[in-house]
Design a protein around this ligand. Structure first.
Ligand code: UD1
Ligand code: CA
Length: 451
């Protein structure tokens, strides 16, 4: 069944006390909004429609950055959830299949739950995701008759009997897209809040002779974020789950509580992650790698058997092939390091390609930035870059070449050559002792003068 996601994200999020739209506040390094889109990916959506209002430009930009297929539709005034869904009408033209309503501020719905909803859709025209609420508070209540969902009543409009129901509406709804658009177009705002309630579509559908049901998920999946405290709690909940999953999948975490994952981090089996490691977006670590303590890694692919850290920083566009070693106080950015490369101490390697089995000595720096433009450095295979070499890009060093330590390399080095680019050393016999004697005499004289 073809699926379209409709992600509601027009609300302001007043309680965040922020200039940034609520749905852009990050959880696990990704805007909150991205979490719902990622869960929806389980349904292999043909269209992804994001309904934006407050900060629509920024919301649209973030959504498209996360998934280039995202289409943004504007809801200028927030007149209610049915009104928000109705804004997707034009964007749905020419689409036939199911629509799934998701929420930019409800990040934790699981792919599994959405798949179960799709399954239930085979026998029901409208499927709503519900949950047993520990504290039903102001949630909409699902009024069931057996397995059939009769209607949803909002807290404000509910009588005492309805309020005593604990099976609550998560807001997530699945139905045929054309049917859904027809239903939302018929919703009115004659209710306690004066809003167009999406929840009203259930009673409308039933009155049309359509069927509706609710499936249940754990309350933790329906967690909505409205404040900074809830944002912090959501981050903690995400990290707890990610750590448990990593352990479950065969990754060793020496101190799980100190390791922080991003939404899309992928770690292979038998990889060891030491204490205090932070992953940003876009990291894949293959099998049997070792990430040592206090390393910060983002947007990188680390192949099997590589060792990173302690105290390493691996930045965007980095590719470490098998058995690469990145040691302490080394920063790597937008660089491809081939099999067996070693950069063990105190280096910056940026905008570079380093051939296999090359050793990069301590303190080596690729001088990639001239103040305006960035330039590339290429080092061949089995080369030896002496300690404290400055590689002034654009520059290349050939296979099996060497650079003398302390060299400032500004010209290409041919394969097999030794490049020496530093001041000549001159030794003056006896001069050190002579200078010391002179200096000590000078000091003594000064002490006598000042008494
Ligand atoms: C809604 C449901 C309620 C459910 C609860 C779960 C309705 C009428 N009620 O209530 O049954 O228990 O969610 O959290 O749907 N939004 C827009 N445009 C609008 C209005 C809302 O984009 O015009 C977005 C908001 O930014 C928010 C989401 O839709 O992300 C839900 O809206 P909100 O006003 O918070 O609905 P609730 O009152 O919580
Ligand atoms: Ca809400």
């Amino acid at each position: 069944m073809a699926t379209a996601l409709i992600v509601l994200a027009a609300g302001k999020g007043t309680r965040m006390k922020s200039d940034m739209p609520k749905v852009l506040h990050p959880i696990a390094s990704a805007p909150m909004l991205a979490h719902a889109i990622r869960a929806g990916a389980a349904l292999d959506p043909e269209r992804i429609i994001v309904v934006a209002g407050h900060g629509a430009d920024a919301v649209g930009k973030a959504a498209m950055e996360f998934d280039p297929r995202a289409q943004i539709v504007l809801q200028e005034e927030q007149l209610g959830t049915a009104h928000a869904v109705a804004q997707a009408t034009t964007a749905l033209q020419g689409f036939s299949g199911d629509a799934v309503i998701l929420y930019g501020d409800t990040p934790f719905v699981t792919p599994d739950t959405l798949t179960r909803m799709a399954e239930a859709r085979k026998t029901s025209d409208v499927v709503v995701l519900g949950f047993e609420a520990a504290d039903p508070g102001r949630y909409g209540r699902l009024i069931m008759a057996g397995t059939a969902l009769e209607r949803i009543v909002e807290f404000k409009d509910a009588n005492d009997e309805e309020r005593s129901v604990t099976f609550c509406n998560s807001g997530i709804i699945m139905a045929d897209a054309a049917r859904l658009m027809d239903l939302v177009s018929r919703v009115t705002n004659e209710n306690a809040a004066g809003e167009y309630y999406l929840t009203d579509i259930v009673a409308l559908a039933r009155a049309d002779g359509l069927s509706a049901t609710a499936i249940s998920c754990d309350e933790s999946e329906t967690l909505g974020i409205n404040s900074r405290a809830e944002l912090a709690a959501a981050e903690a909940a995400f990290q707890d789950r990610a750590r448990a999953e990593a352990l479950e999948n065969g990754t060793t975490l020496l101190a799980p509580d100190t390791v922080f994952f991003a939404l899309d981090t992928v770690i292979g089996r038998d990889t060891v992650i030491e204490q205090n490691v932070v992953f940003g977006l876009g990291v894949t670590v293959e099998t049997g790698a070792h990430i040592r303590a206090f390393s910060h890694i983002e947007d990188a692919h680390i192949a099997r058997g590589s060792v990173v850290g302690p105290f390493a920083r691996v930045r965007g566009g980095t590719e470490l092939s098998e058995n690469v070693k990145i040691g302490n106080f080394v920063e790597v950015k937008n660089a491809q390091l081939e099999e067996g490369v070693k950069v063990n101490h105190l280096s910056y390697v940026g905008d570079a390609h380093i051939g296999q089995a090359t050793n990069v000595g301590a303190g080596t720096i690729t001088c990639n930035y001239d103040g305006v433009l960035k330039h590339r450095t290429t080092v061949g295979e089995r080369a030896f870059i002496g300690s404290n070499t400055m590689l002034v890009a654009p520059v290349s060093v050939g296979d099996e070449a060497m650079t003398a330590s302390g060299s400032v390399i500004t010209k290409d080095v041919e394969p097999g050559a030794l490049a020496l680019a530093r001041g000549q050393q001159v030794n003056k016999p006896g001069l050190a002792r002579k200078m010391m004697t002179l200096l000590k005499a000078k000091k003594k004289k000064r002490e006598q003068e000042t008494g």
